[in-house]
Design a binder for this molecule. Sequence first.
Ligand SMILES: Cc1cc2nc3c(=O)[nH]c(=O)nc-3n(C[C@H](O)[C@H](O)[C@H](O)COP(=O)(O)OP(=O)(O)OC[C@H]3O[C@@H](n4cnc5c(N)ncnc54)[C@H](O)[C@@H]3O)c2cc1C
Length: 419
Amino acid sequence: MTPSQRPVDMRPDVLVIGAGPAGLTAAADLAGTTAGEVLVLDREENAGGIPRHSDHLGYGVRDLHRMLTGPDYARRLVDAATAAGATIRTRAMVTGWDADGSAEVTTPTGRLLVRAKATVLATGARERPRSARLVPGDRPRGVLTTGQLQNLVHLHHADPGHRAVVVGGELVSWSAVLTLREAGCRTVLLTTEYPSPESYAVFNLAGRLALRTPVATGTRVVDIIGEGRVRAVVVESIETGQRRTVECDTVVFTGDWIPDHELARLGGLELDTHTRGPRVDTALRTSRPGFFAAGNLVHPVDTADISALDGRHVAAGVRAYLEGARPSGPAALILADKPFRWIAPNVLRPDDPAPPRGRLLLWTDELVRRPHISVRQNGYELAHARLRWPASPGRVVRVPSSLLDGIDPAAGDVTVGLR
Ligand SMILES: Cc1cc2nc3c(=O)[nH]c(=O)nc-3n(C[C@H](O)[C@H](O)[C@H](O)COP(=O)(O)OP(=O)(O)OC[C@H]3O[C@@H](n4cnc5c(N)ncnc54)[C@H](O)[C@@H]3O)c2cc1C
């Protein structure tokens, strides 16, 4: 290997991977309060994560206490991290780890080997594409996820088509409808497998009325037709099996999130089989000492402000780690019971802080109008609480973490479900 091919060694105190809301907020907090160097790496051309190309209002409410568009929000987070003294390097993709835990990084000017005292993974989540959803049919152009659509429209100013079918009824699905409309493309159908769209009722109503979007509940796309470009999709009623063909030139697969967990997996971190992100305790420590995780990587998927507040929370854990604090006592798993699909954080340790915002985050597969949450250990109910809001598929259910107060992790795993 010639000297020019050798990776450049970097030794920051903290390495943050991912310059989205979680990573940037963690970096701003850490750089403002630790003496050491904080390096943020992101594979994209610009820092800011998903909000960079999500050009509508709806960002910053809980963390910045204002309502911003995605790009404005992203700019503020980048400015805050930079002003605090963090170094942000873009077009820097972390591709793996060497034997001693250094991050291997590829940049246009060469490779880096970054050895940090602590590492925060904040690589976010992505929508599962058509291939992962196993939708049969032709393989024409015009099949996108919301992220790809917004990239195309907002960053590349390209034309997405004229008639779209949007698959999914989450908040993000309405964001796709808005983007399509701005780009001059009509949404001729929004299809969801659930009995009602997963988004908040107010968005569903606004979508149906203001955006004049027909919604087909209890349906799924079973075929994509088109040579070269999409020509139509076949939509099937889940209950009756009845099918109809809907003409369109664009199909947008929305929601149905999976964490960007490849680095966590390559780093040997324990993954939670339900979130499919790294398993984290309430301080957002992973199973590997010195490695932390925050944002949608650990809860696929919540809003940007929640990810940003994770960033603030993880910074406290990282600082404690750098000062020599280590977790104490045995750990128990926190498990989700049906109808919940996952829960985060998912590890309970004695003497640990409450999770971010004092909330456990859950994802439900069924609509429960008045959920009565039950916490059990060894078959015994230890705590319960009735929530004042419904648990609805497609958005996070928030449960006060005080339900876990006083539970001894040494006594076994803890299950959170319904009474
Ligand atoms: C279409 C759409 C609309 C939305 N609308 C709203 C809204 O109105 N309000 C709201 O609050 N939230 C909204 N959200 C959700 C919000 O964008 C996310 O909650 C938020 O971006 C999550 O932040 P994060 O930091 O966890 O991850 P991300 O924002 O996804 O950032 C992760 C970063 O990690 C980088 N990365 C990943 N892997 C690597 C690697 N190997 N090396 C280097 N870098 C890497 C990525 O490039 C990315 O920049 C929307 C999401 C979408 C898709």
